[in-house]
Design a protein around this ligand. Structure first.
Ligand code: FCB
Length: 396
């Protein structure tokens, strides 16, 4: 295989989210359900107190960008209350990232809400969107021009499915109508947030997750049907909506989908098998602690589908959960090669640190840097040096 050069201007870094690394986000809806329906996150990586060291570590490895999110539950711990001290800490994080020569990429919503918002009906209610916008306005007014790359909502197509259809994320609802309502309200929230954040000097994006679905058996019509249905609900529907800039009529119509660039999260493909009792199930693989099926060519398909939206694409997440760091290096090598060939804006590996992987707890190790949940000791893996070196040029 011929070697490919990392182009200058191609940004390579790592991604994280507040809840998964900060620790003790006690006013979050997730926190509220932990211990009962979810594993406890506890102190997570204690990033809230150790962010300066972690940012310095990321820079010393050579990374050029760091994606973090701002916890709405910290900024607005109760309804109508704003915590300026927490905001100051986020401003300091941004300063530290920039001070170390890295590009801060800021996500405004990454799966987690303040518990008071969820208690009020969360994303299912359109009149709740205004609370998120209050938060966005406050953050933007506070951070000002310090940030160039913003991301409004993480995985806008997947989050409503997990929280309101499959019932695996808080508030654990299983209701198709609620899922669509939440999606529409999140899309509306994105548009209004875009207006609040947008300045000539910045780029405001929205994150989608594309997981191409394939039939477990190419000979099974039922598997094919299931894969097509899943591709529509998870992947095509959001891409078509953003490409047209319009909601389908059956979801109320109306212009939607303002964005300057698309954040694309890609991890794996979904192999689906029809099951008359459960409708369908996913084939799993042991190569990934999350069971996901690794297939770098899926990234090419995901990028090509996303391109229909007609905006520049940044890979905002891509990673593997494994204890085998050689597998991680191979994974990065293969996916990064495709990202470069497909000429996206940049590539962020998920994640800088091993962290709280939602309903899996600490069992899934995605980190470039090992973080022991008991001692919180950080140990960079070989893959961290590998990616850090490529972030500064070179060839794969
Ligand atoms: C993505 C999420 C991220 C992380 C990875 C593994 O869907 O955006 O927070 O959990 O999966």
């Amino acid at each position: 295989m011929s070697r490919i050069k990392v182009p200058s201007g191609f940004v390579i870094g790592a991604a994280m989210s507040a809840y998964q690394v900060e620790g003790n986000n006690t006013n979050a809806d997730w926190w509220h359900y932990e211990g009962d329906r979810l594993p406890r996150s506890g102190s997570a990586c204690d990033f809230w107190n150790r962010y300066r060291d972690d940012i310095e570590l990321a820079a010393s490895l050579g990374l050029r960008a760091l994606r973090i999110s701002i916890a709405w539950d910290r900024i607005m711990p109760s309804e109508g209350k704003v915590d300026d001290e927490s905001m100051d800490r986020y401003i300091d994080m941004v300063k530290e990232i920039k001070g170390h020569g890295m590009e801060p990429i800021i996500t405004l919503h990454h799966f987690v809400n303040p518990i008071w918002f969820t208690t009020r009906g969360g994303w299912v209610r359109e009149d709740n969107v205004k609370y998120f916008l209050d938060f966005v306005k406050y953050v933007v007014d506070s951070i000002g021009d310090r940030v160039k790359y913003w991301l409004t909502i993480n995985e806008i197509n997947l989050y409503p499915v997990l929280a309101y259809l499959l019932g695996v994320f808080p508030p654990f609802v299983m209701n198709m109508e609620y899922m669509w309502r939440a999606l529409v309200n999140l899309l509306k929230a994105n548009d209004k947030a875009y207006e609040l954040v947008k300045k000539p000097s910045n780029q405001v994006g929205l994150v989608i997750h594309i997981m191409p679905a394939e039939p477990a058996s190419k000979l099974s019509i039922a598997d094919w049907g299931l894969a097509m249905g899943m591709n529509y609900v998870l992947n095509r529907m959001i891409v078509n909506t953003l490409a047209k800039g319009k909601l389908p009529n059956w979801l109320g119509g109306g212009e939607i989908g303002r964005l300057d660039y698309v954040g694309l999260n890609y991890y794996a493909v979904a192999k689906v098998k029809f099951n008359p009792l459960t409708m369908g199930e996913l084939v799993t693989s042991r190569q990934n602690q999350r069971g996901w099926i690794i297939n770098p060519s899926g990234l090419k398909r995901a990028i090509r589908l996303t391109r229909k939206i007609g905006k520049p694409i940044m890979i905002t997440e891509n990673g593997i959960a494994t204890d085998n760091d050689n597998d991680r290096i191979t994974y990065i090598e293969k996916h990064l090669t495709i990202a470069i060939k497909e000429k996206v804006m940049g590539y962020l590996y998920w994640s800088l640190l091993d962290n709280y992987e939602w309903e899996m707890g600490y069992r899934a190790k995605f980190g470039l840097v090992e973080c022991d949940p008991a001692t919180l000791t950080r140990r960079p893996r070989g893959s961290a040096y590998f990616l850090g070196k490529l972030a500064n040029g070179g060839s794969i």
